[in-house]
Write a protein that binds this ligand. Structure first.
Ligand SMILES: O=C(O)CCC(=O)C(=O)O
Length: 246
């Protein structure tokens, strides 16, 4: 594994077997009706109530991620199945913190389980190495537990020096079916268009340090009802289940 602390991303190979990944890809694709139209398809919250889609978040993986974040316990924030059929366009450069800016401190990651191979041709993820440590002007926040929107144009807002650094520090993360990529919520990332003849199917879970506090003013008033907090201002309740720690 590479150094998450300095790079803001990591890849863990063979978290599940390619055969199991294939079974889950079929299940995930069926949940979306086996989409073929060339767009980025997302199904939020599909893993809730389907333990087989969250089985990879076991003690080993969660301990690894806890160490990366310096957290003693993690909770699930949201989950999404992403399918990019042949011809699907890119996902634009963005940082996930632009829609989780209500978490203080911003200690959260995306854990992406590749259910089919991810290559440049199938539309793999690309990251900017070390960008989780950059100071970047904030985007307009759009927090939503069901969020299928992203804040576009993150690279365009960078000052010229950072834009040049971003161009020279981009890495495409090739994954085999069953591999996991993890990126910090402050890591700049995008995904390539799918120019291949095969669909790309990925299970994305966003997890966060359970000790983060919620800054309620950063949540749109209409959505605040979903963000149940305990007496210390930390997210709690069944929408944000604790993840296993060994
Ligand atoms: O998998 C993709 O195509 C994009 C994923 C992404 O942007 C994310 O996990 O935040």
């Amino acid at each position: 594994m590479n150094d998450f602390e300095t790079q803001g991303w990591a890849v863990i190979a063979s978290v599940i077997s390619p055969a199991r990944a294939g079974e889950l890809a079929t299940m995930a694709s069926a949940l979306l009706g086996h989409p073929t139209a060339p767009q980025v398809w997302q199904l939020p919250s599909a893993c809730r109530g389907r333990p087989e889609l969250l089985a990879h978040l076991d003690e080993t993986l969660i301990n690894n991620v806890s160490n990366m974040l310096g957290a003693s316990r993690l909770r699930l924030l949201q989950d999404t199945i992403i399918i990019k059929p042949p011809g699907a366009p890119e996902v634009a450069w963005h940082r996930d913190v632009s829609y989780t800016s209500y978490l203080d401190p911003p200690r959260a990651v995306s854990i992406r389980l590749a259910l089919t191979p991810e290559t440049l041709a199938t539309g793999a993820l690309a990251v900017v190495d070390g960008s989780h440590q950059w100071r970047i002007p904030a985007a307009t926040p759009s927090p939503s537990p069901q969020s299928d929107t992203i804040t576009k144009g993150a690279l365009d807002r960078l000052p010229p020096e950072q834009r040049a650094r971003a161009a020279s520090s981009q890495r495409t993360l090739a994954l085999a079916a069953g591999d996991v990529s993890i990126h910090h919520s402050k890591t700049l990332h995008m995904s390539h268009p799918n120019t291949s003849a095969q669909a790309r199917v990925t299970l994305v879970t966003h997890v966060f340090d359970a000790d983060c506090r919620v800054v309620a003013e950063r949540i749109p008033p209409a959505a605040r009802q979903w963000y149940l907090t305990d007496e210390d201002g930390r997210l709690t309740g069944p929408l944000f289940p604790p993840l296993p720690v060994g």
